[in-house]
Ligand binder design. Sequence first.
Ligand code: B3K
Ligand code: ZN
Length: 867
Amino acid sequence: METAHAAVTTTRLKDYLPPAYLVDSVTLDVDIHDGVTTVTSELALRRNPDAVISDSMMFNGEGLTLRSLALDGKVLEEADYHYENGELTLSRLPEQATLVSVVDIEPEKNTALEGLYMSNGMYCTQCEAQGFRHITFFPDRPDVLSRFRTTVRADKKKYPLLLSNGNPVEQGEEDGRHWVTWEDPFPKPCYLFALVAGDLACLEDTFTTVSGREVALRLYAEHRDLDKLDHAMESLKHAMRWDEETYGREYDLDIYMIVAVSHFNMGAMENKGLNIFNTSCVLAHPATTTDAGFQRVESVVAHEYFHNWSGNRVTCRDWFQLSLKEGFTVFRDQMFSADMNSAAVQRVGDVDFLVNHQFPEDQGPMAHPVRPSEYQKIDNFYTLTIYEKGAEIVRMQYHLLGAEQFRKATDLYFERFDGQAVTCDDFVDCMAEVSGMDMAQFRRWYSQAGTPILSVEAEQEGDDYSLTFRQHTPPTPGQADKEPLVIPVRLALLDKNGAPVALDQDGLRETVLILDQQAQSFHFPVSESVTPSLLRGFSAPVVLEFDYRPDQLATLLAHDTDGYCRWSAAQRLYFAALDRLVRGQGNADEEAVRLAPVLEQVIDRAGEDPAQAALLLTLPTEVALGDRHSPLDPSGIHMAHQNLKQALGKVLQSQWLSLSENLLATELQMDGVAMGRRQLRNLALDYLAAGGHHEAARIAVELFELPLCMSEELGALRVLVHHRLPGAEQALQQFARKWKDEALVMDQWFSVQASAPGEMTIDTVERLLAHPAFDWKVPNRVRAVLGALAGSNPSAFNTDKGYKVFTSALATVDELNPQIAARIANAAARLHRLEPSRQQVFRGLLKSVSEKASPNLREVLARILAE
Ligand code: B3K
Ligand code: ZN
């Protein structure tokens, strides 16, 4: 057996070489027994005509106990191959050959959750990015596409269900054991391989594709969760129809399966015909799932489905091209959700997420290009930059080409590259070819890391109004010099009543400026005083700097028809007030009085779109506020934030009170408007409690006692716990008693406590980590506590005790699951922004964790700790 971690090596894009041999077909036999699973694989090898001629070929294999290897029927002796550091090399191979390997693996001991592992008594797999090498020897790289025929064998009683990719073609049983053979007709990279063996309940339906083929849809979960699959099924059918209508993409197999598993490192996985999902992204029921949870299920089900074309039929040549499938698929799922729900709310939600999470990543030690040029562990590159910024880059291309040409370009992309493993450049080539546009400079978005800062100055001279744009991207690790990018800026100029003025003689009211130089000016024949509505729809992922006057922001917030510009105006007003408080320049009550009339307008119009009103009325987070002040003083930030929230709670208390009471529904509805009303009411109740209103606790307890759904129940619990209201402790106990058997609900119970703002929460976190229901082996549970602490509770996290609790937890997680540890470690990326005394303590602790860390965690910590 090959032992320990494989050596840490850096993989570079510039070193890419095609594989020397291809694997045309794979015949797998997975024989599952308690404790040991034996995997026999037969690979049909053929020399790759597109590779540099070589008679050696490398196969990856990690943690495998090799029982035998045979080439063209001849058993290989140790001298016939070289196996070291997870790489098996065979030399002197003929033009074609058959390699048969037999290995043993131990899925029961697999806590890293990559390869074959167990979750609540079922066997399941996760192979992206490099999990397949933990199952058998294989060239584990996405440019080797093979036809898979897989036989799964197991005890029939314990594992009545045996699944793999494609269609079932044979089955049988003998002596209490049974087997099923699955065949997937579509060649695929091994990262899309999947297998499930378990005892599961199934929700079944069908979908008739546009060409009239009937597809069986089967969603599997533990028996107790069968009643939580309807929403995923509806979402799946909507996604299938949407992809036919919007992209002309039809489903290609006879069966589409989703299996829900409790132990999962990410949200879900798009394995061909057999998606495997984190329960949190597929199970939904109004009693146990929040409205946000419902929306997430819809979007993740769609995302994984869309991968069938953007990822599976056309896949990535190498992992540097990950955004080819992820950025594009996120863009597709965002557009789908916009079509299914309120497009304005969807866009603002997506932008909010990007600027609050991806921008900080792109501005910190983890910054990397959307197409990175090197990595140590590819698992560490499933980042917000690859996903969310990647989606913005696709969105810019969509807008540059227009919907019609974009569709032509994606048609060309899918047709030209069907069944192939390709690059981000291939994608952009299709855009360029169809539109005739020169995309050379645009491609820098893929190779240049960092968030561009776009500063804008306006000048009015007589009837000439001019805007001067300057773009600048600060240096990022390993990339000191930056070049100008193509930045599309959608804009309008609003008059004092908020109406767009004519931008040219023809009466154009909105335009898109394409910036491609470091500085550029544009002139408009406008004589009146205007407010520029810039970057409408968030037309490019940049930080926009413009010195707006408060009255201009009020105009945008009150009148702009662009949802993003309204939201951004609100954010600027909040930040201006909060910044003054952080600097000790203002007074929270005065700031609240100044903000009140603007917010009142939003509240008055809340009936138009309650979800949008909720977004406009939500203060920026403490984390976002902290990112604007250097060095970071989390206690000062916390105070400023609490004070403004309290003051706003007081100054608008009658509005919050009436929103809290009047938005109450009498019967449960799950449509967008009902969800928006619940979101707004939860927010109003939060402000009411922040303002110390004596009715807040009563309303929260009433709602908590008789909720119509989990959004109400959890919203009320959050208000009670976060404001430490009377009844909070009792509510927590009651909630835990009621939901002790519902893991996903208990995750919320952990999370709501770990995110209660304030330093003293760190004691709570310590208690939660020692709670009998806390389980280090379940990523959802670990994230519920550590993710909430580090990601949304900066004042508790940034204390000596916070750093100790966090780093010791990190080390514990790392021993079980390096991928999860590395992901959580990203929360330490603000280290260099901390004031010196905190920084010193935290740095010391991180260094000592790093010394014993897995390669995954070590890569992340090395970047964060770099001086
Ligand atoms: N493609 C998967 C990613 C899984 C990677 C795990 N290291 C999820 C998704 O983006 O759809
Ligand atoms: Zn994806």
